[in-house]
Design a binder for this molecule. Structure first.
Ligand code: 5GP
Length: 145
């Protein structure tokens, strides 16, 4: 998909938001939902998405959605740090197929990084064990402040 187009209300993140698909939930408030990436590039790969959005990427997003979204990203990233004690964190997002985007609802990736631990390729890994994701989600959720 190009950068332009119409929002698909049946994308997987929209289904998760409507409760039509499962997720290992980390955190939610009125504005954002955070859950574990089911194809993690590294242990603790966490996503943060806006709850009320009809944008397909960051470029299309409304300012009133972006502000609480980035605050949610910071809040969850701090919890990931506290829970998993990484040496660093990558926070990233992709816009358009050419850039690597595969789900067309805005979202940020939080990837904890440990010295000497490689990260898998984006959107090409295997599916994680749901029980492990649930345990990680609970570990991170316990550190939300
Ligand atoms: P993008 O490629 O659009 O930047 O990121 C989409 C992310 O969503 C990918 O990292 C992919 O692993 C993840 N993903 C795809 N389908 C699902 C799903 O059904 N549940 C969860 N939790 N993550 C998903």
């Amino acid at each position: 998909m190009s950068l332009d187009g119409t929002y698909d209300p049946n994308n997987i993140f929209a289904k998760i938001l409507r409760g039509e698909a499962p997720c290992a939930r980390v955190f939610e408030d009125d504005h954002v939902l955070s859950f574990m990436d089911v194809f993690p590039q590294v242990k603790g790969h966490t996503l943060v998405i806006p709850k009320h959005s009809s944008a397909r990427n960051l470029l299309e997003e409304e300012p009133q959605v972006l502000s609480p979204l980035i605050l949610g990203v910071q809040r969850v990233a701090r919890a990931v740090r506290a829970a998993l004690e990484p040496d660093g964190l990558v926070i990233t997002q992709f816009n358009g197929t050419a850039a690597g985007q595969t789900v067309f609802h805005p979202h940020f990736h939080i990837l904890p990084r440990w010295d000497g631990v490689a990260v898998g390729r984006h959107a090409s890994g295997g599916m994680a064990d749901p029980a492990e994701l649930k345990a990680l989600a609970e570990q991170i959720a316990a550190q939300i402040t």
